[in-house]
Ligand binder design. Structure first.
Ligand code: HEM
Length: 328
């Protein structure tokens, strides 16, 4: 990723960060789960149907509520789209299984394909993580003071060292952590979490909830509720400095990873990837929007629809090397 940005940098080309982040997180998860990257054509074969699936998972299916109208899902093409996307995902994994089964020494792999949880792992981990990176960079570009403060911190910790940024470095980057937290508060990638079903009849705030009722938690709205947050719509990472409120599911006013038994098991993984990538980006480059516009209105903030949401309009920015890193 850094190499691609450097190339754009030297030819003064804007960088499509949305695309870059999506490729990066797919590569990371593929390397972790399958042992190698699937960038390029192979990556697109997985990325496109996964994105389609995430969009469809966030859509309302009328047949879920009025069963005799289920036919509408066929008529409006929704079921057809889901079947096509599922087939393409299956084909991708069939190809991967084929490649690996030719290499019998790779025993680890054989635990993977039969388990649907692994498909969850791909969809749950790639677009969510890249969405946070996209929003974080967008907010940093809209708030030059925050960007400057973050750059100062990261550059102070790393100095002119020409080595990889590691997890120990991240421990010293307190402002970086609150920038990521504030991004997750304002832009939770899974805004309605994953639907739940009540297991028994219960009463909540005087309302009777029957067993088997579908429950949707609006984490997006909770994290913007003025009852819990001062100036809730403002991007202010400082609100998390000297605050005990965390985002890991114990403080219910901000639950981007859900909470409880079905809460996200990838929190640590996601936070490290987000922090590390942002640290690299602001350490080695200065960033502007292509036409040089800065300030609050400079970047489009429209959200996409789907189970997991990201910036609707791709984020494109211009990188220039930070002076002290010219020789990297
Ligand atoms: C910033 C990135 C991420 C966000 C915001 C996020 C958010 C979420 C949310 C909201 C849920 C549903 C939790 C609930 O309903 O209580 C979830 C579930 C899940 N996440 Fe993440 N996630 C992220 C990254 C990851 C990563 C990197 C992985 C894997 C390496 C992962 C794996 C999973 C899995 C497997 C589930 C399903 C858990 C279950 O159903 O029991 N997620 N995630």
């Amino acid at each position: 990723m850094m190499e691609k940005i450097r190339q754009c940098c030297s030819s003064l080309m804007p960088v499509n960060l949305t695309d870059l982040f999506s490729t990066l997180t797919n590569d990371i998860v593929c390397r972790v789960a399958l042992g190698k990257r699937y960038s390029g054509e192979g990556g697109i074969k997985l990325r496109e149907p996964l994105n389609e699936m995430l969009e469809l998972l966030g859509a309302s299916v009328i047949g879920d509520f009025i069963p005799w109208l289920d036919l509408l899902g066929r008529v409006n093409g929704m079921y057809g789209r889901a079947e096509r996307a599922a087939k393409q995902i299956d084909e991708f994994f069939d190809e991967v299984v084929g490649t690996f089964s030719n290499n019998l020494s790779n025993k680890l792999f054989f635990s993977i394909p039969s388990d649907p949880f692994n498909i969850d792992m791909f969809s749950a981990s790639t677009e969510t993580t890249s969405s946070v990176l996209g929003w974080a960079m967008t907010e940093l570009l809209r708030h030059p003071n925050v960007m400057q403060k973050l750059q100062d911190e990261v550059r102070n910790v790393i100095g002119d060292r020409i080595t990889h940024i590691n997890e120990e470095d991240l421990c010293s980057m307190h402002y970086l952590k609150v920038v990521v937290k504030e991004t997750l508060r304002l832009h939770p990638p899974v805004p309605l979490l994953v639907p739940r079903e009540s297991m028994q009849d219960t009463k909540v705030m005087g309302y009777d909830i029957a067993s088997g009722t579908q429950i949707i938690v609006n984490a997006w709205a909770i994290a913007r509720d003025p009852l819990y947050w001062d100036q809730p719509l403002e991007f202010k990472p400082e609100r998390f400095l000297n605050s005990s409120i965390d985002i890991k599911g114990h403080d219910f006013q901000v639950i981007p990873f859900g909470a409880g038994r079905r809460g996200c098991p990838g929190i640590t993984f996601a936070l490290v990837v987000n922090e590390l990538v942002l640290a690299y980006l602001v350490h080695q480059f200065n960033w502007t929007v292509p036409d040089g516009v800065v300030g609050d209105q400079a970047l489009d903030m429209t959200e996409s629809t789907g189970l997991s949401i990201h910036k609707k309009i791709p984020l494109v920015a211009v990188a220039s090397p930070s002076i002290s890193k010219m020789n990297y």
